[in-house]
Design a protein around this ligand. Sequence first.
Ligand SMILES: Nc1ncnc2c1ncn2[C@@H]1O[C@H](COP(=O)(O)OP(=O)(O)OP(=O)(O)O)[C@@H](O)[C@H]1O
Ligand SMILES: [Zn+2]
Length: 764
Amino acid sequence: MQQSLFDAEPPDWEIDSQQRRLVATIVLPGGVPGEFDYTVPAQFVDEKNRAKHVEPGRRVRVPFGRGSRSVAGYCVRLEHKEVSAGRRLKELIDVLDAESLVSPAMLRLTQWMADRYQTPWGQVLEAVVPSGVRGKAGTREVTLLSVPTKVAAQLTTLTLPPKQQAVLTALAARTGPLTAKQLCLLVGCTTGPINALRKQGLIASHVERVDTDAISAAAQEAPPREGPKTLSQDQQRTLDAVLSVIEAGKHQTILVHGVTGSGKTEVYLQAIERVVAFGRQAIVLVPEISLTPQTVRRFRERFDHIAVLHSRQSDVLRHRQWRSIARGEVQVVIGARSAVFAPTPRLGLIVIDEEHETSFKQDTAPRYHARDVALQRTAEERAPLVLGSATPALESWVAAQQGGGWLLTELPRRIADRPMPAVRLVDLRAESLRGALSRQLCQAMEHALRDSGQVILLLNRRGYSTHVRCPSCKNLVKCKHCDVAMTFHREDRTMLCHWCDYRCAPPSVCPDCRSPTIHYGGLGTQKLEDEVRARFPGIAVARMDADTTRGANSHELALDKFRLGETRVLLGTQMIAKGLDFPNVTLVGVVNADSALHLPDYRAAERTFQLVTQVAGRTGRGPRGGRVIVQTFDPEHPALQAAADHDFHRFAREELPERQALGYPPYGSLARVIARGSSEPLVKAYLEELEAYVRAGDPADSGLRLLGPAPAPIPRLRGEHRYHLLLRMPHSEPLRQAIAAGMGAVVLPDGVRSIVDIDPVDML
Ligand SMILES: Nc1ncnc2c1ncn2[C@@H]1O[C@H](COP(=O)(O)OP(=O)(O)OP(=O)(O)O)[C@@H](O)[C@H]1O
Ligand SMILES: [Zn+2]
């Protein structure tokens, strides 16, 4: 949608002067939709002042709206246009960036995202360019002085006052430019003679951005170099498939389905070596949680120039890395989902490891999925995309079947033909459980520890007691602001809401019926830790969850201790479930496999399959083998049965027909509109109106299905009521159009906010 901001009455003298004008098109970062045109004054196209040159990808300042408020926006287009008769465009006020923040390719990508995720283009750009880059963190502008070549040639023929002569000679003798301050120090003068020389045009100046300090970002010590490993047959076959696409210089998506421990990472490394040999760059996306020192080390052992991007970096470091990547100095960028926007000048390959992970989906606007963005980017920049997983997302799996257009390669065996670990499902209904650990799991732990093996225990709930309940009135202690149970954390003796972080003291009487007894039920990682310590005295136990990994390096330190064998039992939430490669782990225990099974989410079975398969994959990775105990109240569940057999094919075969019957992804496209506000009737009424509008405008044969509006599974969050509307259609494009039309037409009442989530992952 092209919009222009015109003044109401053009002055008379403008009307005749219709001509082609240079017009900059601007989008705004603050969520205002639309594109806005401005004319460009001559000073912003002056070749002599590149720092103030207007250019797509730079930010500019413009007068906006009726009051011509000055706002910053991104220039996304620059072209000569007929300015329509009798109208006058406003003028650009200033150019804010001395160089473009985003490449033309990235502009196209963000425009695609804006459409795909129904988010204003400017807002997408603001999210894609890190704040450290926008703020040019760690740099400042300096004015640098130099002697123009013409002047340098006739240096000896000039007659100048002695000080000026000294300054000019000193500056001419330097190979690089200097600041005025440096020059003063060098010659031992004030700025007087320098200014005099600048006035005469004998010294030229230009403005440049420099680092505030000279510390190199690459202070990391390089580990000893490793050569490539001799590949297994499966690995070689997979590598060949990837290399043939790399060499063809085209785009193609390759799904690498390899069981846990089949050596997928080695294949990525060798493929990237080829990309780097071609002078191109690779981007490797990993789930944030897998950004372990182990993964990074494996890349550092192979490549000279690595950039690691993660969420805990300072703005200064992020800005330096961004610039270094943009200059083409970095061979491999490793990072979580936002690394998909790394400004590599010659992209040769994107790899997404553990491509099924939900952390690749962003949960704030723009609600993009890094897999889809990577697909679009590699298609545009004609590079291969490699997706790897032991448990591919069903969307990817279907796309890689016959007719889906992707290539599929499989690694069905582990490295060195190691067997997959035996998995035993323990039926908790048949156990009279005193604590968290069944008799079988305890025995297996004793056995593993006696054999000097190590143990991983997965429990996907942090805290001590996950529900605190009054035994007489049966009421749960809930968060004051959210409709969710609060968790008791024993370390600081507080009740905590995991959604809004609200804390309060544990109640001494029931808040509802004042009964003096309160029951602390439900099992969290803290309680599990206590139980393990009590049952296995003298054994070093470590817990890893969001509470223990707040410190900057705590995650790495905990894993290092486990790798060195100082910790014997590692227990924690899903952050210990994937990516880890510790050969001495001979037992994995899943304390409660059902936690994800009963979520109100059509992917509940898939999530359960993935989690159990991935955590089971952490054992049996060394010559000593390994086994897995999975505790469940639902041992017949097909997802658990398939996970116990490490049988992804069977899981897919059983799950896909159900998805197909219901029209859920991968057989249909899904969107979710969530509305929230303090007034429940208003929130509900808004979605009802939206639902009615979309339904009325729907052609009968579109296949549209509308579900709701209904209260969201978490009906109240941070003091606001939440409703949602689910929309399903066979194809994504018409679905997005229907939503865009509805959102455009139905007025949002005051105090109600709404978001659109295309291809939602979070269903709560
Ligand atoms: N060709 C090879 N020869 C010997 N060892 C190898 C070879 N390829 C990989 N390895 C080793 O095998 C182990 C498992 O490999 P890797 O971690 O890459 O597997 P993966 O498929 O990524 O596993 P997961 O999906 O479980 O994370 C690693 O310790 C790795 O160094
Ligand atoms: Zn809360």
